[in-house]
Design a protein around this ligand. Structure first.
Ligand SMILES: Nc1ncnc2c1ncn2[C@@H]1O[C@H](COP(=O)(O)OP(=O)(O)OP(=O)(O)O)[C@@H](O)[C@H]1O
Length: 318
């Protein structure tokens, strides 16, 4: 089937700054595509170019197999946007807000009414229909933002960091909702700083930085692209320097550190890593507590591919 989104070699400059540098993106129908990148990597710029909210300098963008231009209202009607900043009208109630956004696409009030009800049910705001936004918690506001973006039943939906500053219950409701939208036939572009969310719901992930695509694939494919194969952690009572040196000389060791009496060994993939580490520890007479071994995370992928943490300092505490 033809791609729903085809972005080819798009260049977007803000003065001297190249925000998109020959950016490519192809999305098949029914995908939940995770667009991952550190702050300032160009995610929002890419989305805004696709939506024609920004002009770009070079390249081409097709949506639903048609060239996307600012005047293609027929295509825009088939798209839903849930922006990063909550964008609702404070003087309107929850129901009026959803109705107002939906009316931009569905002018007929009779046709609109069931769509508005369905969107409110979808995000679980039935008990709040008469509330004005300032009476809603951060999580409920985000859910209202989503209802406003999806009420007209778009085929392609952009979620730009929809779970920032959201309580865990609302976050889970939002993630389940996105999966349901996909199950009902929508294609989704999802940007987030939270890798566990991306891993949970996205069928494919694109990692970008400096306006370029650095890697793409399923979470498992991305994990196989990097050198890290395993992270072994062992509780130890002590760690003599010469033992640390021996561990660092093991054939597949990448980094060996001790953090709060836990030895953390990041290794390349090999069937013998755990046996090798434990043998060195027992030979040295170190007392061993709990032992964990885990495959690489998307964070490892991100770090190795971009050289940067996905979360910046302000958000790392979440
Ligand atoms: N209107 C603008 N004028 C000038 N530079 C801009 C403008 N908007 C964005 N930029 C710059 O373009 C680059 C890409 O920004 P963009 O907002 O697309 O990144 P992002 O990946 O969405 O970041 P974040 O995760 O923080 O939302 C950044 O260096 C940013 O400072």
């Amino acid at each position: 089937m033809a791609d729903i989104v085809s972005v080819d070699s798009v260049v977007k400059r803000y003065g001297e700054l190249v925000a998109l540098d020959h950016f490519d993106l192809h999305i098949a129908p029914g995908e939940i595509l995770g667009l991952l990148g550190p702050n300032g990597s160009g995610k929002t710029t890419a989305i805004n170019c696709m939506l024609q909210l920004l002009t770009y300098d070079k390249g081409s963008i097709e949506l639903f197999g048609e060239p996307m231009t600012p005047a293609r209202y027929d295509l825009k009607r088939r798209i839903g946007v849930v922006p990063q900043q909550v964008a609702v009208m404070n003087e309107l109630t929850v129901r009026e807000n959803v109705d107002c956004f939906c009316s931009l696409y569905v002018p007929d009030r009779k046709l609109r009414q069931p769509l508005v009800e369905a969107a409110i049910d979808f995000v679980g705001l039935e008990d709040f229909i008469g509330f004005r936004p300032r009476k809603l918690s951060g999580g409920l506001l985000r859910r209202l933002n989503i209802a406003c973006g999806i009420a007209h039943r778009p085929e392609l939906i952009f979620f730009d960091e929809p779970t920032v500053a959201v309580d865990p219950q609302s976050r889970n409701a939002i993630l389940r909702g996105i999966q349901r939208l996909r199950d009902e036939g929508a294609t989704v572009v999802y940007t987030s700083h939270y890798m566990e969310e991306v891993e949970q719901i996205c069928s494919r992930i694109v990692i970008m930085d400096h306006g370029r695509v650095l890697a793409q694939g399923t979470a498992d494919e991305l994990k196989r692209m990097i050198s890290v194969g395993e992270r072994i952690q062992v509780e130890v009572d002590r760690m003599p320097d010469e033992l640390l040196a021996r561990l660092r000389a093991l054939p597949h060791a990448i980094t060996i550190e001790v953090e709060d009496d836990v030895l953390v060994c990041v290794c390349e993939a090999s069937p013998h890593n755990l046996v090798d580490v434990l043998r060195e520890l027992t030979d040295a007479g170190v007392t061993i507590g709990r032992v964990w071994s885990a495959p690489p995370t998307l964070n490892d992928v991100f770090l190795e591919i971009t050289g940067r943490e996905l979360r910046d300092g302000a958000e790392a505490g979440r």
